[in-house]
Design a protein. Structure first.
Length: 450
């Protein structure tokens, strides 16, 4: 059974193809079901005897395997390029290694090509195209009968034009054949409504060479000292607090949905191992790691997908397109601070399931860029963002019109190290008397300042 948006998109694409237009660009929010829509479109083209084969390209092995499963299910056949198969799924990296037989076969058949997460491919006539973008245009576009470009986050951090995309002139806005945003997906109950929790601290100190410096927020710390965001995400007390809030929320969700899981996005393999140890030793959680250093990362992701363990800690392996529907909590501690990556990570917890609880919570630090990304989501979807912060000055609480206060201390075991910052303890009395909202409150009541 197709979702309404998927059915509409398929019909619009078929109508465009009937009018001798060979390319279709669909932007649909992460978690909405782009791959199912693409597989249904391929199925309809086969039924109409418009194509002989379908080929899919995507940015990673994880996504490629997910596409293979979906197309095999929809087309009711193998999808591995072998005998009896109607197509295959590849990564963009493999294009340059495909042999002459592949290109000869493609030139002799009517082929429908799907480009997933097309924003990874840039193309500019002035020569600033990336390798993937050049290969898509030079080797594939001219041989395909029909092409479909998909993107959940259609922009690039380098601002280069996306391959196979049209832009308005002179505004330079992307032109889509079909667009399905997160706001509409939430209204249609296709995606979960996210809650983004920005963790801050008004009691940060640096003890360097005998001189104490105090800072009232992460923003001030990063702007007015030589402390980097890397130091924040690697500070054990800061990590511990963020993980504690994530664990509380996951435990609450699992009371209704026992299979619910959490994702931690780490900045490095070493960072991931520290996080895993904290989850297991300090918080008594079950946690596994998946990184590009592992021999069988796809098998590990698949085991977590079908398992019941609480947390998976990832380094660059679970972002866009990775389908683990039971994920409902995310702790974002990556050093990557682009809006593209932020929205991709958020998308991992937005897939709707049949579980009783359909909450989606992302916890991260109140760093300037991340706050800006959260603000933009808040503008589109009100009551999405909130702060965990010591509330001593109500004048500071009007940001995003929401705030939450922690019930526990931000730091139980603070220690001072030279040239590092300390995530200091907040007086428990001041926290409790300002606790209009608790992160563990099952009703999730928001407190809005007057």
């Amino acid at each position: 059974m197709l979702r309404l948006w998927q059915d509409q998109c398929v019909q619009i694409a078929l109508n465009k193809f009937e009018k001798q237009h060979a390319h279709f660009f669909c932007q649909a929010t992460p978690g909405a079901g782009k791959t199912v829509m693409a597989a249904e479109l391929a199925k309809q083209l086969f039924i109409r005897d418009e194509i002989d084969l379908v080929l899919c390209f995507s940015p990673s092995l994880t996504v490629s395997e997910s596409i293979k499963r979906t197309f095999s299910w929809k087309l009711d056949c193998s999808f591995n390029g072998g005998l009896g198969s109607l197509g295959a799924s590849y990564t963009y990296q493999t294009i340059r290694f495909l042999g002459d037989d592949f290109w000869s076969t493609m030139s002799k058949h009517r082929v429908f090509v799907v480009f997933d997460e097309i924003h990874h491919c840039s193309y500019e006539e002035q020569g600033r195209s990336n390798v993937w973008g050049e290969q898509v245009l030079a080797k594939i576009q001219g041989l395909a009968k029909y092409t479909l470009a998909l993107s959940g986050t259609p922009w690039r951090s380098d601002s280069l034009p996306i391959a196979m995309a049209d832009y308005t002139d002179p505004e330079g806005q992307l032109i889509f054949d079909y667009q399905y945003g997160l706001k509409q997906a939430i209204q249609d109950q296709v995606c979960r409504r996210p809650k983004i929790v920005l963790v801050d601290n008004e009691h940060l100190t640096i003890d360097g060479k005998g001189e104490m410096q105090s800072f009232s927020s992460i923003l001030n710390l990063l702007k007015e000292s030589d402390i980097s965001y890397q130091s924040v995400i690697h500070n054990e007390e800061a990590m511990g607090y963020l993980l504690e809030e994530g664990c509380k929320k996951l435990a609450q969700i699992r009371q209704q949905s026992p299979q619910a899981g959490g994702l931690v996005v780490a900045s490095s393999v070493k960072h991931a191992k520290v996080i895993q140890e904290l989850l297991i030793q300090k918080f008594g959680q079950s946690a596994c790691i998946v990184t590009y250093h592992h021999d069988s990362p796809l098998e590990e992701i698949d085991a977590f997908r079908h398992g019941s363990s609480q947390w998976i800690v990832s380094v660059g392996m679970i972002s866009e397109g990775t389908d683990i529907p039971r994920l409902q909590v995310c702790c974002h501690m990556s050093s990557v601070k682009t809006e593209l990556y932020f929205r991709q990570v958020l998308g991992r917890i937005l897939r709707v399931t049949d579980s009783p609880n359909q909450e989606a919570w992302l916890f991260t630090f109140a760093e300037e860029s991340l706050v800006g990304f959260a603000e933009r989501i808040e503008q589109d979807i009100p009551d999405t963002c909130m702060f965990i912060k010591d509330k001593q000055d109500e004048e500071q609480l009007n940001f995003l019109n929401t705030s939450i206060a922690p019930q526990s201390e931000l730091n139980r075991h603070s220690s001072t190290q030279a040239n590092t910052f300390t995530w200091q303890q907040i007086d428990s009395d001041s926290v409790s008397k300002n606790s209009e909202y608790s992160p563990t409150d099952p009703h999730h009541q928001f407190w809005t300042p007057n």
